[in-house]
Design a protein around this ligand. Structure first.
Ligand code: PFF
Length: 473
């Protein structure tokens, strides 16, 4: 493994991880779900979950990745010696493929809107434009171009491709978004947007808390790229002298700030044009934004900048997803990086094209299935870190983290071993029940979650006794 690639600097890793986190999740999925789930009430639950689940969960993924020093499958194999844990790695690799299947289709939309902003293609009729661009043969072509760009970066390698491109893209995103937020502030009627986004309504929150929980948790994971093994893979290229909790905090804060900054562009812009974000589904934001840009005097200049930012964000997230299956092929099957990239891109070209031709499959994958896959993935990761790695996880947390981390490490581990499995298990069950159309009371769901965790814990302990891990407690 001595030839395995690494980041050239810790800053490079942090920027690449921020690049993974900041993406269509912040810019497209977040306003879409916020609008669908009661505006600021959703924002509050989501922010709470980013702090309570997101940051400790991110550290857990980093711990597996850095300690395993391999792709997700290899990391679980190296750290557990159980035949079953690598299956979780396979599941994670599958999740990145599943998410990319719709993500690159939306990436293709953004590409079309960026070019369309320059040519004025959507000005006359934004709704019809979205119809032409979103699904069908044109969507297939745009998605293939997007995938090609992402593939080219990944083929170039970790420090040369991912790190170098992230160092250029991240500052560009922040500067451009900041400028756009100032511009949006100057629009007449922008205040309505701030109110929708930032005012806090306790009644809506109280009435809808449980309904909001599933989508808000899914979004908190989605936005931090958690549960898919991408962050695990990025951390596998790290040395042991960096602080994982500090890096995770910086990444989560930067991601949240960029998310909020995006909201400060999108919502004032929409409200200023009398286009409050309704519950029009995944296309509403595109149509509304295009309408707003089409009717504003400065729209012709601002629109390409805006969609350009979105494009950069989409590319930097998609590369983290593509890196995961590529790392798997490179680490586990010794496939050369370029050939591995070509193979995975070939597969995604097929699955993504199918999604670009099937709007109903797209909706299912982009919403419920992605949420479920990520929640299930992170649940398995935290159970592994909490119950299988045990003290080794605490050691890994502390490596490079300085003396301040000593008291925090124990609290983090307790949260990962007990708090997160319960919350994630409950969320998973709630989402599964609503997908199946089964109504289960809260008490029953709590009881089922706890029961399932007891069973899993027993299985984990049995597996541990049968096949002890070398060097572990
Ligand atoms: N965090 C990305 C976004 O918000 O757009 C999406 C994402 C990237 C999800 C990587 C999962 C993943 F592994």
């Amino acid at each position: 493994m001595s030839e395995r690639e690494t980041w050239s600097t810790n800053l490079g890793f942090v920027l690449a991880a921020i690049g993974s986190a900041v993406g269509l999740g912040n810019i497209w999925r977040f306003p879409w779900l916020t609008a669908e789930n009661g505006g600021s009430a959703f924002l509050v639950v989501y922010l709470g979950l980013v702090v309570a689940i997101g940051v400790p969960g991110l550290v857990a993924e980093f711990v597996i990745g850095r300690r395993g020093h391999r792709d997700p499958v290899g990391a679980f194999r190296a750290l557990s010696r159980s035949r079953w844990w690598p299956v979780v790695g396979v599941y994670a690799v599958g999740t990145t493929l599943l998410v990319l299947t719709f993500y690159s289709v939306v990436g293709g939309w953004i590409l079309r809107y960026t070019v369309g902003s320059l040519t004025g293609a959507y000005v006359a009729d934004p709704a019809t434009y979205f119809g032409t661009v979103s699904f069908g043969p044109e969507a297939v072509v745009a998605h293939l171009v997007f995938l090609g760009v992402v593939g080219a970066i990944i083929a170039t390698g970790v420090s040369g491709g991912i790190e170098r491109s992230s160092k250029a893209m991240m500052p560009a995103i922040v500067v451009l978004l900041g400028g756009l937020a100032v511009w949006a502030f100057s629009l007449p009627g922008a205040a309505g947007g701030y109110e929708f986004f930032l005012s806090f309504d306790v009644a809506t929150l109280r009435e809808n808390f449980l309904a909001i929980l599933g989508p808000a948790a899914g979004q908190a994971l989605f936005t931090l790229s958690l549960g898919a093994g991408s962050m695990l893979t990025y951390a596998s290229y790290l040395d042991r002298d960096e602080s994982l909790p500090a890096d995770a905090t910086v990444i989560a804060v930067a991601n949240t700030l960029i998310g909020v900054l995006t909201g400060l562009v999108v919502f004032p812009l929409l409200f200023s044009q009398g286009l409050p974000p309704g519950s029009g589904g995944e296309g509403a934001l595109f149509i509304a934004l295009a309408e707003a840009f089409a009717s504003l005097p400065a729209g012709g200049v601002v629109a390409p900048l805006f969609f350009g930012v979105v494009l950069l964000a989409a590319v930097s997230s998609a590369i983290s997803m593509l890196e995961t299956p590529v790392a798997y092929l490179v680490d586990e099957h010794a496939v050369p990086r370029r050939r591995a990239t070509l193979g995975v891109v070939g597969l995604l070209a097929v699955t993504g094209s199918a999604t670009a031709l099937a709007p109903s499959a797209f909706g299912l994958i982009a919403g419920t299935l992605a949420d479920l896959a990520l929640t299930g993935g992170l649940l398995a990761f935290v159970v592994f870190v909490g119950w299988v790695l045990g003290r080794d996880a605490v050691d890994e947390y502390r490596a490079g983290a300085g003396s301040l981390s000593t008291p925090l490490a124990g609290a983090w581990h307790a949260l990962v071993a007990w708090g997160l499995p319960v919350v994630l298990g409950f969320t998973l069950l709630t989402s599964l029940a609503s997908l199946a159309g089964v109504a289960l009371g809260v008490e029953l769901r709590v009881a089922l979650t706890l029961g399932a965790l007891v069973v899993v814990r027993t299985l984990v302990r049995m597996g541990r006794e049968r096949r002890p891990v070398a060097g572990a407690d």
